[in-house]
Write a protein that binds this ligand. Structure first.
Ligand code: PMT
Length: 402
């Protein structure tokens, strides 16, 4: 979530310094590039090496200890940062900052930065309540600094009250929220995507399936999540990893996929059925492995439920998007499915085309929609195509066309 975000953590001297180690570790694990500046008092509690190991970066303490002669460290760090967090912030550093004092590496960097600065105080309850500290906090708030309020609880000094450094995981959540884009088009919407094949068991060792790799469906789920949707990916058995930003539901058969989709349907805004669902399943699943017999064998099949068609009869406000894997008259058949399944869009996939359809990393499709939309998308990677398809559909819906 924080990949490529540059965060400076200023650590000042209080017992909560040990929590700052956890904060730096969690920010780094979330993908941020973290650089730590410590005051000399902070070093009384924890050695710089702990922060160096957690951040995998040099730790800065002395303004005059220039590690790189081509730059001035405190200006360089101040310019580099996307966000500066002072944690724990002592009454002393709050007082210095409120009065424009810059007498060490932490305070010179704080005065030099134009990045957003968050201050997370941690101190004794009476110190936090002290009039001078309150005055300094009020002044810094007026100057545009933000505060992460301390929480209440047992303090190291033996008191119970307000003054504990906010828990590192809560600070990380605030940071993630700060950096998460606010104007994504699918924010607040739930998108359900199905992907992959289904398996229809014949006996304990055999099944009917198809060549779907899940790549197209997984790309649709990732694109929906990247556009801000709360995304649920319901997948048949595949050998690729689910995107990290979706809720993953694993299913095996058409019936399992039906149950999983229906369970999500009422709260969904958009359902995208990329899965290649079996149309038929064995009428009887043999309890024992079938033995070979001389001559031909016949397996009686029966229809599975058409999940998309079923959703088409149930839909209220949901936008229903299906795919259609075709080998001929692609657009003609896709339009038929649009009508028959009461879908809003069908993405028609000519699976005979080179570089398209099952298993490939690329695809080329035609989007057909109610009210006559028919748009061709030439070969693109499945990831790029997924994003373009969703952005197009979002725009079409915005324009009031389908
Ligand atoms: O997974 P990949 O290797 O990346 O390949 C991608 C893909 C080729 C599987 C994909 O692009 C695709 O075309 N998916 C739809 C395949 C398919 O089953 O098409 P269909 O024409 O048989 O079905 C039409 C629609 O009805 C689909 O949205 C399908 O999910 C749905 N359906 C079909 C049968 C059924 N019992 N229930 C359904 O919901």
């Amino acid at each position: 979530m924080l990949t490529s975000k540059k965060i400076v953590v200023c650590v000042t001297g209080g017992i909560a310094v040990y929590k700052a180690v956890a904060l730096v570790s969690k920010l780094t694990q979330a993908g941020a590039d973290v650089k730590v500046i410590m005051t000399r008092s902070a070093m009384e509690f924890v050695q710089p090496l702990s922060f160096q190991v957690m951040s995998r970066n040099d730790v800065y303490v002395d303004t005059f200890d220039e590690k790189d002669s081509s730059v001035i460290a405190h200006i360089n760090l101040a310019d580099w940062a996307d966000l500066v967090i002072v944690a724990p912030a002592t009454a002393n550093v709050i007082g210095k900052l409120a009065n424009g004092i810059a007498d060490d590496m932490v305070t010179t960097t704080l005065l030099a930065t134009t990045a957003k600065v968050w201050i997370a105080p941690a101190m004794n309850v009476h110190m936090y309540d002290n009039a001078a500290v309150k005055r300094n906090i009020a002044r810094l708030s007026e100057d545009g600094y933000s505060f992460i309020e301390p929480s209440e609880g047992f303090l190291a000094c033996g008191y119970v009250g307000k003054g504990r450094l906010e828990e590192p995981e809560n600070i990380v959540k605030l940071v993630e929220d700060y950096f998460s884009p606010k104007d994504l088009p699918l924010k607040g919407q739930k998108v359900v995507v199905t992907a992959g094949p289904t398996r229809e068991r014949i006996d304990p060792v055999r099944f009917l399936t198809n060549f779907s790799s899940g790549k197209m469906g997984y790309a649709m789920a990732e694109a929906a999540a990247n556009l801000g949707a709360d995304t649920v990916l319901i997948s048949g058995p595949v050998s690729i990893d689910a995107p990290s930003n979706v809720t993953f539901v694993s299913v095996e058969s058409a019936q399992g996929m039906y149950d999983a989709v229906v369970a999500q349907f009422d709260t969904a805004s958009i359902v995208i059925k990329t899965a290649a669902v079996a149309d038929y399943k064995p009428k009887v699943v043999q309890a024992q492995k079938m033995k070979k017999q001389p001559g031909e064998a016949t397996i009686a099949l029966e229809r599975t439920t058409d999940i998309l068609a079923e959703l088409g009869t149930r839909k209220t406000n949901q936008l229903l998007i299906g795919f259609a894997a075709e080998t001929n008259d692609v657009v003609h058949y896709a339009k038929g499915k649009l009508e028959k399944k009461n879908a809003d869009y069908i993405i028609a996939n000519d699976v005979t085309e080179a570089g398209s359809g099952f298993g490939t990393d690329t695809n080329s499709v035609t989007l057909v929609g109610h009210n006559g939309v028919e748009m061709h998308f030439p070969h693109l990677t499945k990831k790029e195509l997924a994003l373009q398809l969703l952005q197009t559909i979002i725009q079409l819906e915005k324009d009031g066309r389908k």
